[in-house]
Design a protein around this ligand. Structure first.
Ligand SMILES: [Fe+2]
Length: 290
């Protein structure tokens, strides 16, 4: 976290700043993130999806540092990012904030050809062969001590038709959202305000895989939908120190392939271990999709 100027703390940020120096800086550590990042890059995945949060207080310099990190992960056509609640912590001129991540938050030509991005910029669609990523933004500025999110009616309407279109084409649909998408997965203060409406859209239109962050916890939920089972995976933080939860920092790798008329999807969880600190394969399991 960069040093904040006094004028930059005249907002909700002051609470977050105190919070950070009182303890969060011991929990979220750059060296942990770097270790995990090195492992991700070395394993050369076809694509990397980042579900936020990328910054803490929304200081302009944090956005630049996060952009550097995204570029380090890979070129924008191989890395997709969406914002989290901290990435909309305070209202900031886009040029000083999310604009820095723009190359990672736009459709690719193949996705745009199928589903054109609405004026709201989200959701956007990226297509890579048989796989389509539908990226939502649940990031909205909130009152202090509130970490809630919302996708809103415009994104919801668009999502429903995008899911239907991509289904007709027989693609594997991966939905990215920062907040956990189902009702009850987070408290009112921290949850997605329109979770019930999103749930209904997912049930009616289906999706194969839904990836989220926010809760800093590994969770797997299966949702029965009109097109089969959608598996919803929450990933822990990528920077959480080992002294916190065990295991703490983690990312998941997904191996997706066609299998008969459907799909196979294997998830590999890679986590940071202590003494000596290193990254190892903690879990490997087959997910139910379709
Ligand atoms: Fe969050």
């Amino acid at each position: 976290m960069p040093k904040a100027r006094r004028s930059e703390l005249m907002s909700k940020r002051v609470l977050g700043y105190v919070n950070w120096h009182r303890g969060r800086k011991l929990v979220h550590r750059r060296d942990i993130l770097d270790m995990l990042t090195r492992d991700i890059v070395e394993r050369k995945p076809d694509h990397i999806a980042v579900t936020g949060d990328l910054v803490n207080l929304g200081l302009p310099e944090e956005f630049v540092r996060a952009a550097e990190w995204l570029h380090h992960l890979g070129p924008p056509d191989r890395v997709t990012a969406i914002p989290g609640n901290h990435d909309a912590y305070v209202r900031l001129h886009p040029e000083r904030g999310l604009h820095h991540w723009k190359p990672f938050m736009v459709a690719n030509d193949e996705g745009e050809a199928l589903v054109s991005t609405p004026e709201t910029a989200f959701p956007f669609v990226r297509r890579f062969g048989d796989i389509a990523i539908i990226a939502l933004s649940s990031a909205v500025p909130t009152m202090p001590f509130v970490a809630a999110g919302k996708i809103g009616s415009a994104q919801r309407t668009f999502l429903a038709s995008a899911l239907a279109t991509l289904r007709q084409l027989g693609l594997f649909r991966v939905v990215l959202i920062h907040h956990p998408p189902l009702p009850g997965q987070a408290s009112w203060r921290r949850g997605l305000r329109d979770a019930q409406k999103l749930h209904d859209i997912l049930v009616a239109n289906g999706a194969e895989l839904i990836l989220h962050g926010h809760n800093h916890e590994q969770t797997i939920r299966e949702l029965d939908t009109a097109t089969g089972t959608a598996t919803i995976v929450g990933v822990p933080s990528a920077s959480e120190a080992v002294e916190g939860r065990v295991p703490a920092a983690r990312y998941n790798e997904y191996l997706i392939a066609r299998a008969g008329n459907g799909w196979s999807c294997e998830m590999i969880g890679r986590v940071v271990a202590s003494s000596p600190e290193h990254v190892w394969e903690f879990e490997r399991r087959t997910l139910k999709v379709g």
